[in-house]
Design a protein around this ligand. Structure first.
Ligand code: KG4
Ligand code: ZN
Length: 346
């Protein structure tokens, strides 16, 4: 079963060929970071236009690298939501047209379902497991009983973890995207430099809130007379690695504590961490130590499979197709799409 996956939900134009839902034959990711950097975040209209400009080349490249042609494909899987609707429409229209032209089935995929199962492209994962999805748009704890059977145990009430990374980096005058920049800086920093608040909400709550820690970074900058963007401050420059490390520690402490609590509450012994923020080195180290110490199994994909990629979309399309699902060609892109609705759209 050879599946071509296409992913254009945000600022990465990606196409991949995956064999039998597990073997990556190619995974091409064209990032638009240089386009959006000067605006300090993703500009939806520009994202759509750049997807249009690149999609043909990215798909051709994925087929070439996999040494296959359109005729060799059995299936096409495309992200149908959630995401930026204009961006999603580019990949979805292109994928549907390719499937129609080649006379092969097409499956629309939920972006989060892609993240949840990305690790299966590298490792065998037994069910059930808890999945912590931490990305730029989502922070959710999801119990995965088997493929397609999900219970959302908790999610963020405000900012997603990745969004907090991006906003804090912007406040510090560090540019976009903030996650990888703070990750790199924090390696030289002291996480005990200052104590940003850990927002645990009510006792036993599995919900998250990251707007408080973001505001406390802003207040910390103001208190020290460094201003919101920190421009021109030599002193701030010296302290940046420590602020980055302290901020990361506050976010990761909360993610870790709630993940462990959710495992205990649901009687689960296997944890998958997925999404762009799972590429963070400090997060990976902390989860490794704590989860293993508790005697649980921890699975985190390689960084390239944590951030947005089409291989995870091809994998989920394959699993869905094998479970008897196929999407109609009038499937529309959706900016908001609950995880449980993924199936009803097929
Ligand atoms: O999963 P993803 O590629 O896209 C979404 O579905 O949102 O995640 C992107 C997010 C961004 O907020 C980015 O800053 C964050 O993941 N990110 C990181 C790292 N790499 C990407 N955050 C912390 N540390 C990283 N190394
Ligand atoms: Zn994503």
């Amino acid at each position: 079963m050879l599946c071509l996956g296409v992913e254009t939900s945000c600022d990465e134009t990606s196409a991949a060929v995956v064999e039998n839902g597990t073997r990556i034959r190619s995974n091409i990711i064209a990032s638009q970071i240089s386009v959006h950097r000067k605006y300090g975040g993703v500009v939806p209209e520009l994202a759509s236009r750049h997807h249009v400009e690149r999609i043909c080349q990215v798909v051709d490249c994925a087929l070439q690298e996999a040494e296959v042609t359109l005729e060799d494909l059995d299936l096409i899987g495309v992200t149908a939501g959630p995401g930026l609707v204009g961006a999603l429409l580019v990949g979805l229209s292109y994928g549907k047209a390719l499937a129609f032209g080649a006379g092969i089935p097409f499956v629309g995929v939920h972006h989060l379902e892609g993240h949840i199962h990305a690790v299966r492209l590298e490792k065998k994962v037994a069910f059930p497991f808890l999945c912590l999805v931490v990305s730029g748009g989502h922070t959710e704890l999801i119990e995965v009983r088997r493929f397609g059977e999900y219970t959302v145990l908790g999610k963020t009430r405000d900012d997603a973890a990745g969004e907090a990374f991006d906003k804090v980096a912007k406040m510090l005058g560090l540019g976009y995207p903030g996650g990888p920049i703070l990750d790199e800086l924090a390696r030289r920093g002291d996480s005990c430099f200052t104590d940003f608040p850990r927002s645990l909400l009510a006792e036993g709550s599995l919900e998250f809130s990251f707007s408080g820690v973001k505001t406390s970074v802003l207040n910390f900058l103001r208190r020290n007379g460094w201003g919101p963007t920190g421009e021109g401050s030599e002193e701030l420059h010296v302290h940046l690695p420590h602020i980055a490390a302290s901020f990361q520690a506050a976010v990761v402490d909360v993610l870790l504590e709630k993940s462990m609590a959710a495992m205990e509450q649901q009687g689960l012994t296997r944890l998958v961490v997925a999404g762009g923020v799972a590429a963070n080195r400090y997060l990976r180290e902390r989860f490794e130590t704590t989860v293993r110490k508790a005697g649980h199994e921890l699975l985190i994909p390689s960084p390239i499979l944590c951030t947005d990629n089409a291989a995870m979309i091809a994998a989920v399309a394959t699993y869905r197709f094998e479970a008897g699902h196929e999407s109609r060609l009038d499937l529309n892109a959706k900016a908001h799409l609950p995880l449980l609705a993924a199936e009803s759209d097929s």
